[in-house]
Design a binder for this molecule. Structure first.
Ligand code: NAI
Ligand code: MG
Length: 358
């Protein structure tokens, strides 16, 4: 398989972890006889310094021609006082918009060795492995009117969705469920919100096209509770923009570490943007101790969702699991015992595992 991948390292540890992802993808390509070609472009603060804008046209053009995009992270204290058009995060929001990405996928898995560092009880989170599919371009964050009225004494925000917007995100979630345990929980507030009633109707209509998937509807407040009292009951969760924003942050505590969380943002034709959930970690940048696993797991998502390479994706995920099980970890991961390694050593361990598979 021949694929063109654009790398957007960005700022801080983004530069370091992108390097790791590339090395892992090289190992995968070699092992499975694929050809991945890489092209690096600037985004964020680095792009502000080099091009005077957080999102140069050349970056946008390259991403539009790519089969997939891997992004490190953007931001840092150096640019914190910049005017808003020169802020690094403008680059990130801009590229998501330019690419028309409407579905955000966040897998959350409790790795056994890391369970003790979660604030939740080990027996509660054991076996959790879920995927939150969040609608990214509609709902309360984009609906109009959104304004102050009556001299600022009243205010309105608008939760607006079209049928088409709901259908495409629900389809994405069903498709993701088909690749997993085939259980879909659609989260809404249908006892109160009109938008949720249409959402629920559409999920019910779509069910017929995916007869193998078991569907349940759950109210968002109850979901918030169950995510921390019984997270292992979930497989795929699909929900609108704001509910998804809140639930995915809540669910992220299950893993016990920010350095372990990957994400994918997708559109219909398979093109996607893959990035770790964490930021540029200026406090540890340049020290060679950043945890590359969230970025490497994001590359695995790219193999699965943009390229359809399930076996390759699984191998990368198994490698991560297995290296952690052996006790290797970067300093951010709290383990009761084991060996502390840096970014490049961790990357090498994962690459070696991939190259020595049977
Ligand atoms: P952060 O995620 O960069 O860091 C939070 C804490 O977690 C820090 O102590 C950091 O050292 C640690 N950490 C994060 N990722 C790690 C990794 N892979 N390995 C080891 N330790 C890790 O969030 P923070 O500090 O709030 O923001 C720092 C900068 O990153 C800001 O400029 C912020 O705007 C930006 N940011 C960018 C994001 C993105 O590009 N998607 C997302 C979140 C923040
Ligand atoms: Mg959030």
């Amino acid at each position: 398989m021949d694929k063109k991948i654009v790398l957007l390292p960005g700022d801080g540890i983004g530069q370091e972890v992108i390097h790791s992802a590339k090395e892992i993808l090289h190992a995968v390509a070699q092992e499975f006889k694929h050809t991945f070609t890489f092209e690096s472009h600037d985004i964020g603060g680095t792009a502000v310094d080099l091009h005077g804008t957080p999102l140069p046209d050349s970056t946008v053009e390259a991403c539009k021609k790519a089969d997939a995009v891997l992004l490190g992270a953007v931001g840092g204290p150096k640019w914190d006082l910049n005017p808003s058009h020169l802020r690094p995060e403008k680059g990130l929001l801009g590229i998501r918009k330019e690419l028309g990405l409407f579905a955000n996928l966040r897998p959350i898995k409790g790795f056994k060795k890391l369970l003790p560092s979660s604030p939740l009880k080990q027996e509660v989170i054991e076996g959790s492995d879920l995927l939150i599919v969040r609608e990214l371009t509609g709902g309360l964050y984009f609906g109009t009117p959104s304004e102050r009225r009556e001299n600022g004494n009243s205010v309105v925000d608008t939760l607006f969705y079209t049928r088409k917007e709901i259908e495409r995100i629900v389809d994405k979630a069903f498709q993701a469920a088909m690749k997993r345990k085939k259980q879909l929980t659609s989260v809404d507030k249908a006892n109160v919100l009109e938008s949720s009633k249409l959402w629920r109707e559409i999920v019910e209509e779509k069910k017929a096209a995916y007869p193998e998937v078991v569907v349940q509807h759950m109210l968002v407040d109850s979901t918030a509770m169950k995510l921390i009292t019984n997270p292992s009951q979930f497989d795929v969760i699909v929900t609108e923009n704001m509910f998804g924003d809140i639930l995915s942050d809540e669910a992220s505590v299950l893993t016990g570490s920010l350095g372990m969380l990957p994400s994918a943002s997708l559109r219909d034709d398979g093109v996607g943007l893959y990035e770790p959930v964490h930021g540029s970690a200026p406090d540890i940048a340049g020290q060679g101790i950043a945890n590359p696993l969230a970025m490497i797991l994001s590359a695995a998502l790219m193999l699965r969702y943009s390229f359809g390479l399930e076996e390759e994706a699984k191998l990368v995920e198994d490698a991560v699991q297995s290296i952690l099980d052996e006790g290797y970890h970067t300093p951010d991961l709290k383990m009761e015992s084991g060996v502390t390694v840096g970014t490049s050593e961790m990357t090498r361990l994962i690459a070696d595992y991939i190259q020595t598979r049977n």
